[in-house]
Design a protein around this ligand. Structure first.
Ligand code: F6R
Length: 236
């Protein structure tokens, strides 16, 4: 349901504006949404040919063709299966040897040149991060290099062969970059997110819980599955 609803919001947005600019997350939460969008492409011909995409983040130190990079994730789950034009896809480049500060500036400029992000989709980390804006991130932050929080590193570590290989830094869009999007879609699934989702949607707005910044945005839709919604009252 969550995945179908999310995909339908993206699909409706695309039909209303074929030149829609999307902000895209990775992780486990949006996998079903990407699968549904691929199905809509194949079954109904949903057209991405004029859409643009900006991913929210990428690990630093992995070449784009590294199987655990977010570049590879996006190709595997989405880009290889829909008709997005290669030149309309952008992901921060965290490859070894890259000037990451210059890359962060390039990314902000590219988003600006595209006219901003129309529909930005985010997941929520167990520690309340959005994209890789970890607790303590400024709500005014822009695309930059960040140190990942210990629990984010531990989470990523499970996907990598060794401690040495697991990333500790990333390039991420900032919270300011996220709040500039015209519309935001928040996705959360599973009981492990119930506590953080309640604090994010109903708790005190604070930089110690970055996703609470979403309360400051005028057009946010949250799609939660039942286990993730368990702790969150429908209204106050
Ligand atoms: C990924 C990202 C992260 C994830 C978050 C939730 O691009 O920006 O903020 O959205 O860590 O991850 P999952 O969905 O794996 O629980």
């Amino acid at each position: 349901m969550l995945s179908q609803q999310a995909a339908h919001i993206v699909g409706d947005g695309l039909k209303a504006n074929p030149e829609l600019t999307l902000g895209l997350p990775t992780g486990s939460t949006p996998l079903g949404m990407y699968a549904e969008l691929v199905r809509l492409r194949q079954a109904e011909g949903l057209d991405f040919s004029r859409a643009r995409t900006f991913n929210l983040d990428e690990y630093i130190g992995l070449p784009a063709d590294h199987p655990k990079s977010y570049h590879a994730y996006m190709r595997r789950h989405f880009f290889d299966h829909v008709n997005l034009a290669a030149e309309n896809i952008d992901i921060p480049n965290g490859a070894p040897g890259i000037d990451v500060d210059a890359e962060s500036e390039r990314y902000e400029r590219a988003i600006h040149a595209a006219g901003g992000i129309d529909l930005l989709i985010v997941g929520i980390g167990a520690n309340g991060h959005i994209a890789f804006n970890e607790p303590g991130s400024s709500f005014a932050s822009r695309t930059r290099v960040v140190n990942l929080a210990p629990d984010t590193i531990a989470n990523a570590r499970r996907l990598f062969e060794s401690e040495a290989e697991a990333p500790r830094t990333a390039i991420t869009v900032g919270i300011g970059t996220i709040l500039d999007a015209h519309r935001i879609l928040v996705l959360a699934s599973g009981a492990s997110k119930a506590g953080v989702v309640r604090r994010v949607l109903r708790g005190l707005v604070s930089e110690s819980l970055p996703a609470t910044a979403l309360q400051l945005h005028a057009d946010v839709t949250a799609i939660l599955d039942q286990p993730a919604a368990l702790d969150t009252p429908q209204s106050l």
